[in-house]
Design a protein around this ligand. Structure first.
Ligand code: RB5
Length: 329
């Protein structure tokens, strides 16, 4: 489900008003795509209710923001949103400074609604109910202009990989694991390790030394990761090469063949790898365990690396246009 995030300063007036009003307005739409609507504040203290005046003027419209609890804006929220709508230009600048690689999806409310002159929505904080009413009505009007534009920001079809998986660590992860006949012994060692550490895992085969075809097992793991059934995958064959090539054919998969700890770490931090491939005939179980341990505990760093992953996604979708910069001519 695409996500829209409203941002103001304290997340108690303007942004929760926009959040609850938009939710109410979207409920009426029939053909409209469902959106997850939320809000946050760049200087918010977590857990505060919406301001009393905001609650009152929303209730007048049949909207109850009683469940609202303020949230400080975080990097993950920015990255996970498909569209970010700020109340002022200053808010927009703060969000863009925190995540410059996400610039294309950050707008002020007035800007997105099509206004060009004044782009700030004034803060009603501490003012009379009448001022809050005016703010509410202004937000409603602006949201009407926003609604028609939202769908162009919904995530592109085809990226089936759960966006949550970058932010889970260790034992929170659901891991699919598979091998061919050459990788069976190592897979057993890795499974014993996952069990010792209390990880959730799904063993999708093979379970005997009878000769099998590694693409069958690479595909099993890759499919469950691509659909989000599992967060990550580990595949083992003799060299790890066949498994990694096959897994990388599945849309949304970034399988990394790693035979050293440095590469395993970098494959998570820089490449956001979601499958780890290992060759059981290349390294011993001791190193393999260290690699797995590192790979499961490292997070994607985002930033410029996110831009590069986005380019990989474009290549995968056949939409990559090339880049004039950086050639040697
Ligand atoms: C099987 O002999 C071997 O080819 C396979 O395990 C793997 O190394 C393929 O890349």
């Amino acid at each position: 489900m695409p996500k829209i995030l409203f941002v103001c300063t304290g997340n108690t007036c303007r942004s929760p008003m926009a959040e609850f009003l938009l939710r109410q307005m979207l409920e009426g739409g029939e053909a409209r795509e469902q959106w997850e609507v939320s809000s946050a504040g760049i200087s918010a203290i977590g857990g505060n209710k919406a301001s009393p005046q905001a609650i009152k003027v929303l209730q007048e419209e049949g909207v109850d923001p009683g469940s609202h609890q303020s949230r400080p804006l975080g990097l993950k929220m920015i990255e996970q949103a498909d569209l970010i709508v700020t109340m002022t230009v200053d808010h927009k600048t703060v969000v863009e400074t925190l995540a410059p690689w996400e610039k294309g999806k950050i707008f002020t409310l007035k800007e997105l609604a099509g206004e060009t002159a004044e782009l700030d929505l004034a803060d009603p904080f501490g003012q009379s109910k009448e001022v809050y009413r005016r703010t509410r009505d202004e937000i409603k009007l602006l949201l009407q202009g926003v609604i028609g534009k939202m769908n162009q920001f919904a995530s592109k079809e085809g990226n089936l990989v759960s966006e949550e998986n970058n932010y889970k660590r260790g034992d929170q992860l659901k891991i699919a694991i598979a091998c061919d006949h050459a990788g069976l012994t190592l897979k057993k060692e890795l499974i014993a390790y996952l069990e010792r550490k209390g990880h959730y895992y799904q063993d999708v085969g093979t379970c005997s030394e009878q000769s099998v075809d590694y693409p069958d097992f690479a595909f099993q793991v890759a499919s469950t990761v691509a659909t989000g059934e599992n967060d990550r995958g580990i595949v083992i064959c003799g060299t790890g090469i066949g498994m990694s090539i096959a897994a990388n054919k599945v849309k949304g998969i970034r399988a990394a063949l790693c035979h050293d700890v440095f590469s395993a770490k970098a494959s998570r931090q820089h490449n956001d790898s979601n499958i780890l491939a290992i060759g059981s005939r290349v390294i011993g179980p001791g190193l393999a365990l260290e690699i797995v341990q590192t790979w499961l505990s490292e997070d994607f760093l985002g930033d410029r690396h996110k831009r590069r992953i986005n380019k990989i996604d474009l290549i995968e979708r056949g939409e990559y246009q090339g880049n004039e910069e950086g050639n040697c001519n």
